[in-house]
Design a protein around this ligand. Structure first.
Ligand SMILES: [Zn+2]
Length: 273
């Protein structure tokens, strides 16, 4: 009889433990599902804007660095690694100073071979080696984290695209056009919109607000591809650009670096290729 009572109590104890475990697990699963749904919603409705300035000219320091400091935002600069420190290009020390203030440092190739015709003349090994060397140049200067974020120096076609898809974390077409190739397909899932700014054209405040409104209407990720070197990036434009940044903040648009945007979307894209 005593044995039976002990057995009964033991069974009851085990049952309670099992029931507790199951309830707890179910709770955990429900919480995870809710968290997943919430995360999807947050990402679907997020409005992200990134500014990328091409080529790493000293004009970045004169025109955009003051705005980075003033507005406390990130502006990315796409660096041609072999030209750093040559005439009109920032040297590594200046790049470091900009980075410390909030500029993101991206890969814009080593030699900037940009035309489609020139690219097609090159061997695949040549293209791959240049990409790897540019990654090494950026890494050895302390930018390993963003060294494989590639901003095309023009030709986003043929072998360059195929090799980029293997060597780089992502490739972004710097001209702002949408092409039916690797980097577009990859970026399309983020609802990526791209606009060339000051690329041999004048952009008024109305233009800029129009680009921002598109993001307001259809949330996603938008990139402005900028060229601070061009005269179109004038004092007048820079004042409008400041107003556009304020307009973003009023409209709940987050100004982010490329890495921040990729990390933001990357976690949820389980089929990330
Ligand atoms: Zn360029």
């Amino acid at each position: 009889m005593k044995k039976f009572t002990v057995f009964l109590f033991f069974s009851l104890f085990v049952t309670i433990i099992v029931v507790l475990c199951i309830t707890n697990n179910q709770q955990l699963t429900i919480n995870n599902q809710q968290e997943f749904v919430d995360t999807v919603e947050i990402r679907k409705n997020a409005k992200l804007l990134t500014f990328i300035d091409d080529d790493g000219h000293t004009s970045f320091v004169d025109k955009l660095l003051p705005i980075i400091k003033e507005k406390n935002i990130s502006i990315s600069m796409a660096i041609e690694t072999s030209r750093a420190g040559t005439r009109n290009y920032m040297d590594w020390e200046t790049i470091r100073e900009c980075h410390e203030q909030g500029a993101e440092v991206l890969n814009h190739s080593k030699y900037h071979i940009y035309s489609k015709a020139e690219s097609e003349k090159r061997s695949k090994d040549d293209i791959r080696n240049e990409m790897i060397e540019s990654i090494e140049d950026l890494s050895s200067n302390g930018y390993e984290e963003t060294s494989d974020i590639w901003v095309y120096p023009g030709a986003s076609a043929g072998a360059t695209v195929t090799i980029c898809s293997k060597v780089m974390r992502c490739g972004i077409n710097s001209s702002g056009s949408v092409v039916n190739d690797y980097e577009f397909i990859k970026m399309h899932k983020y609802g990526l919109k791209r606009f060339p700014i000051c690329n041999h054209m004048t952009n008024t405040l109305e233009d800029l607000k129009g680009y921002i409104n598109q993001l307001n209407e259809t949330p996603g990720w938008e990139i402005w591809m900028m060229h601070s070197i061009y005269n179109e990036m004038s004092e007048d434009f820079l004042n409008d650009f400041r107003k556009a940044i304020d307009y973003c903040l009023e409209n709940n648009i987050r100004i982010v670096s490329v890495k921040e945007a990729l990390d933001f979307y990357g976690v949820i894209n389980e089929n990330k290729n």
